[in-house]
Design a protein around this ligand. Sequence first.
Ligand code: BGC
Length: 335
Amino acid sequence: MTRKAKIIYIILITTFFIAAGLSIYYYQKLQINNKEMEEAIASEVSLPTYHFALIGEEMNHEYWRLVGEGAKEMELEHDIFVEYEAPKRSNPDEQLKLVDIAIKSKVDGIIVQALNDHFTPMINKAVQEGIPVITVDTDSPESERNAYIGTDNYEAGRLAGEALVNDTNGQATVGIITGNLDNLHHQLRLQGFKDVVEKVEGIEIVATEESNITRVEAEETAYSVLMEHENITAFYGTSSYNGLGIVAAADSLKRQDDMYVITFDAIEENINLLENGDIDAIVEQQPFEMGKQSIQVLLDIIQGKEINDIYHTDTSIIRINDLSNMTERRMLAND
Ligand code: BGC
């Protein structure tokens, strides 16, 4: 072989090895890229195993936010996604539409506050399509829902009645501001209250009006009740914002001083009014616990475990003296 041929031969061999090396290098790189891409795509589409819809009464209401937070907390322990939905302002028709959308989206479970009779067929439709339903806060006992989780609303009304009788020494002329008398939970809270106070001679209920759970309506209604009944000495509010409305109305008429006020829910604004003496007692419910337990029961249903028909969460009366205990309890719970 001539020297020139040898050089050409060496160049060809070297070029061949370089080309082969580069091909192997780029082939491996491509494989790695493909694998990374596949992993990225897989992680994007790997959705939680169960998708639950929680449908409350009002989106930005502190009480409902707590129900939502309780349910959401369960996402940390289970492979689930909780979608918290509610109308902006209390609106049963809109709430029903949200249930319908959840059914059509084929969620794995629905948690809903069953505000009135119109919820019964919608709940039944979900159950008949194989979607378990939990009623929360307000039950629909006639429906085919799997379970109810929330306050025993009749008992809570009785507790409020007993507190009022005790704190007023059985002497009071009472105005009642309730949420909406179409709603079962408000009916029960009223009935429980009446069953207690109507047995006490010194107590008379002179007015029962609705606030539709808005602050403004609670204040307007309390104002007209106060104008109509000069002799009112006590108020009972059956939903979260009623106490705020009652206090504002009584304040503006300068009748707050001797007015006894008991209302539902330990939301922050009510606690502030309890602290400064404008509200005398609060019926405390456990919205966070309601949300949390609802998810647990849905998971139990899916896993074929036996469940109860009703799970009552705690209800208690808090007065100003209980506030330090309550703060301690909350701090312990957050630890
Ligand atoms: C009731 C809820 C209601 C909320 C509104 C609570 O006391 O349990 O049903 O949505 O008040 O103010």
